[in-house]
Design a protein around this ligand. Structure first.
Ligand code: KG4
Ligand code: ZN
Length: 338
């Protein structure tokens, strides 16, 4: 079965053709990150305009690269949310139009669920229950994965998402958007023990995340650094040490909460999803701390937002509901995973 997957939740326009939920025949992504750089974060209106311009060529390229004709497509999967409402509408309306024109079912897919599914594509499936860890620009989640499509929530963030914290700390350090890869790059030359940063503790729900305190600690450390005055530039070593100490504190927090969740929910493997999971230090830490647990990381081209993960998960949704979703399906800026 061939599914066309469409992604437009934030600043990436993606289209992909996926066979039977596993084999990726094409996966085309156009990013508008360059437009947002000067604002230090995603500028929604600009993201929407870029989706309008990019979607048709991205779709054409996905079909051409897969060497697939519209008549061969069995379903159109689209990210229904969560995401920016205007951005979501562009992908959704295109998907509805194609569903009518090509006479095949429309399939709404949860973008966050698709991030977790991305780690399983083309691989032997994990032993369930698995601990799902989503670390992205919009989400920080721990879920118990009972099976593909069956989840129980464990923890979320009470304030910033982890990727958002990376992006904000990067801005504080004068690095460009998206900040995560920049923090990782300069942290390689930094001392992770120079600043005693810590992830937040949420008293009422100890597995939940909070990154606002960590972000404020970084702000104070940065502003307190330069004896020459609070606006004097930081030297490169101090920047690198700050990035390394922040990164280490954020990831150690995920490791510690992950350990508790594994025990509490008897999880037998860990499945990772979301843009922050491309970070090598994160992978090293989990490999060191969980030597006996199988770890499922998404392949590089499936880590950031993309259409293949939408098309892959869409296949499973279509198997469960062959008629697909109604054509008045609405986009949702927030959708719980469970
Ligand atoms: O999953 P994603 O593409 O979009 C959302 O669904 O949010 O994640 C984007 C986030 C951004 O915050 C970006 O800074 C972060 O992932 N990110 C990273 C790295 N690469 C991307 N964070 C840390 N280290 C990285 N190497
Ligand atoms: Zn995403």
């Amino acid at each position: 079965m061939l599914i066309l997957g469409i992604e437009s939740t934030c600043d990436e326009t993606g289209a992909a053709v996926v066979e039977n939920g596993e084999r990726i025949l094409s996966n085309i992504v156009a990013s508008s990150a360059d437009l947002h750089r000067q604002y230090g974060g995603v500028f929604p209106e600009l993201a929407c305009r870029r989706h309008i311009d990019a979607l048709e060529p991205v779709l054409q390229e996905a079909l051409a690269k897969a060497q697939v004709a519209p008549s061969q497509i069995d379903g159109i999967a689209v990210a229904q949310g969560p995401g920016l409402v205007g951005a979501l509408l562009i992908g959704m309306n295109a998907a509805k139009g194609l569903s009518i024109a090509w006479n095949c079912p429309l399939i709404g897919v949860n973008h966050v669920e698709a991030h977790l599914y991305a780690a399983l594509m083309g691989k032997d499936k994990p032993q369930f229950p698995a601990l799902g860890i989503v670390l992205s620009g919009g989400h920080t989640l721990l879920v118990k994965m009972v099976d593909i499509g069956v989840y129980e929530p464990i923890a979320t963030t009470v304030d910033d998402a982890i990727g958002e914290a990376f992006d904000k700390v990067a801005t504080l350090l004068g690095l460009s958007y998206p900040g995560g890869p920049e923090i990782e790059r300069i942290a390689k030359g930094g001392d992770p023990n120079r600043f005693p940063f810590k992830g937040g503790f949420v008293k009422k729900s100890p597995l939940d995340f909070s990154f606002s305190g960590l972000k404020t600690s970084v702000l104070y450390a940065v502003k307190g650094q330069n004896g020459a005055g609070k606006d004097a530039p930081l030297d490169e070593q101090t920047k690198a040490d700050t990035a390394a100490s922040f990164q280490e504190a954020a990831f150690r927090d995920v490791v510690e909460k992950g350990k508790k969740a594994i025990k509490l929910f008897s999880c037998r493997s860990i499945v990772f999803g979301g843009g922050v999971c491309s970070n090598q230090r994160l992978k090293e830490l989990f490999a060191e701390e969980f030597p006996e647990i199988p770890l499922f990381w998404p392949e590089k081209e499936l880590t950031l937002d993309n259409g293949a993960m939408i098309g892959g998960l869409g296949y499973h949704k279509l198997l469960r509901k062959p008629e697909g979703d109604p054509l008045d399906l609405e986009v949702l800026t927030r959708i719980p995973l469970a």
